[in-house]
Ligand binder design. Sequence first.
Ligand SMILES: NC(=O)c1ccc[n+]([C@@H]2O[C@H](COP(=O)([O-])OP(=O)(O)OC[C@H]3O[C@@H](n4cnc5c(N)ncnc54)[C@H](OP(=O)(O)O)[C@@H]3O)[C@@H](O)[C@H]2O)c1
Length: 317
Amino acid sequence: MSNPKIIAVFGATGAQGGGLARAILDDSDGGFAVRAITRDVDSDKAQALAELGAEVVAADVDDASSLRRALEGAYGAYFVTFFWAHFSPEKEKEEVRNMAAAAKAVDLRHAIWSTLEDTRLWVPLEDARMPTLMEHYKVPHFDAKGESDRIFTEMGVPTTFLLTSFYWDNLIHFGMGPRRESDGRLVFTLPMDDKKLPGIAAEDIGRCAYGIFKQGERYIGRRVGIAGEHLTGEQMAAALSDAFGEEVRYRTIPPDVYRGLGFPGADDLGNMFQFKRDFEADFCGARDPAVARALNPALKSFRKWLEINKDRIPRGG
Ligand SMILES: NC(=O)c1ccc[n+]([C@@H]2O[C@H](COP(=O)([O-])OP(=O)(O)OC[C@H]3O[C@@H](n4cnc5c(N)ncnc54)[C@H](OP(=O)(O)O)[C@@H]3O)[C@@H](O)[C@H]2O)c1
């Protein structure tokens, strides 16, 4: 393929960017090439991408000067920030300013920004239904992303705003899977009552992003929400039971109890689940699985994802 369009992929060694990098690399006649951005070009993950045909380039979202070099000559870029690496919404906003400024400087043709809602538009800071965190936020890892959308617009970067969903992979990596209780039975806990949680295989986020790049300018300036499925905790527990061949019971707990669980970020995630629970219609309505499937025909259902991943989900106490 002559002169493929280069997509600079931030987080290419991680979940979202990794899915996009692999989607492009899997489609060798698609007209796109991957520039995988990493802080360590020698890491095993970076080298694995290089072996699959990616150009691997060093940059750090906290080093503004490295970003322009990383984007030079690229047609597009996938921008994602890494909240859980530092837990700082202020830092996340600074990273977006760096990325958008670099995109503008190189006259990038199409950016995809992996964003989430600014929940303060639904729950203002003075609203006592959930605690204000870090003085300025309700759901810090959402609000900083949503607040940053306008940075791309104000800087005149041609951007698609991609609203992502809860990764089902959190059941593997984020300690959110079922726990075995003292009576030996598995319990899956979410503070969602009977409300639906939009979820997705993390890999599919990047694969949907590839679908957006392939559509070209049609998606510039638009907000696109994606999910694999919208499922209640009961439905997720039923699918887990079938996958494990062992009953998994769903238990809902109040967001306040979740906020008090004591692990880093529990208050942020407690507020996040409360937001998703209390604004179910808006939150699910913004993430249409049919849109995601049109962008990525191989989109997985939760049951399909479980078929592949069930043995990676810890089932301990
Ligand atoms: N978990 C969920 O359910 C969920 C749902 C929606 C949205 N999100 C959001 O997803 C974001 C994280 O994306 P992800 O899950 O794809 O991340 P991830 O899997 O943790 O991957 C992050 C990758 O980005 C790279 N990276 C980290 N810090 C960097 C920096 N300063 N500069 C350049 N690269 C850096 C790292 O690569 P190197 O080490 O190779 O540099 C790492 O492999 C978070 O902001 C989170 O809020 C999460």
